[in-house]
Design a protein around this ligand. Sequence first.
Ligand SMILES: [Zn+2]
Length: 171
Amino acid sequence: MELTDAAADEVFLVDLLIGSRIVCGVRQDEREAARSRLRGLRSGYHSGSTGEWQAVRAARETLQAVVRGQKRPSSLALLLDGVSYRPSVSDAGVQWRLDAQTVRAASVRAVLAWDVLRRTRPGRLRPCQNPECALFLIDHSKPNKARWCSMAMCGNRMKARRHYERTRTNS
Ligand SMILES: [Zn+2]
């Protein structure tokens, strides 16, 4: 199995985290968009076999808990059990390939993408601050202060709620 580019794996990781059963506080069309992205991934990015899908779902639950701080990163160990990198050399130089069962390829990539983010952009992957939202965000902004999965959705909703609470206590 070959390594894909990090950007694609990052997109896959976020799609994977989003694709959970509860997406409270999020409009139906956004939820549907997340679902169809996952369907696309299921048929295109990886093989889409039932076994692979089960591995992806297991990885998703553990990764969600780790990103939310509910589980320790070491709980991901089982997902990488028996996985290794193998070097091969050609005239172009040494290339490293991920050696894992096909059925586990996508879940392994998601865990590795999580680790790349953790190392290269610590704290940038986090849950949305809206307590009613189950989505995640990767903060690409310079100040690193993004709090919402989407300003248009949760950002405006939380601002409106704060405004409502302020005006209520002032009157
Ligand atoms: Zn949100």
